[in-house]
Design a protein around this ligand. Structure first.
Ligand SMILES: [Zn+2]
Length: 112
């Protein structure tokens, strides 16, 4: 029996992606992924780090995270996984990628 195709929206980049019934029948025990194949591959490549929100402006939609080494990393609202604003002092996990003004945080998630 072939399961139905499903379209999911990636939890990280919010891009819709298709999980075909054929793919699902190949791995019936596997849950439907919450991330697109691209983000899944990226997550395996890049190491998530943790830090603390150092500064964040709701009006401007950006701020800075301070990582464990005390380095300030730029964070923009578009890189927040759940699209909610950050608050100073919150603990977050993130990856970094090179930006115009040094490294910037991507795939930023709140850590409980
Ligand atoms: Zn994605």
């Amino acid at each position: 029996m072939i399961a139905a195709d499903v379209v999911k929206r990636c939890q990280s980049c919010h891009t819709p992606f298709l999980v075909t019934g054929y793919q699902r029948s190949q791995n019936p025990d596997q849950a439907i992924p919450v991330q697109c194949p691209g983000c899944l591959a990226l997550e395996r490549l890049v190491q998530h780090r943790q830090g603390i929100v150092h500064l964040y402006s709701r009006q401007k939609g950006f701020g800075f995270i301070r990582d464990r080494q005390g380095k300030r990393i730029f964070v923009h609202r578009s890189c927040l996984v759940d699209r909610k604003h950050l608050r100073r002092g919150q603990r977050v996990s993130f990856c970094t990628e090179p930006g115009d003004r040094g490294p910037q945080a991507i795939q930023v998630r709140l850590v409980e």
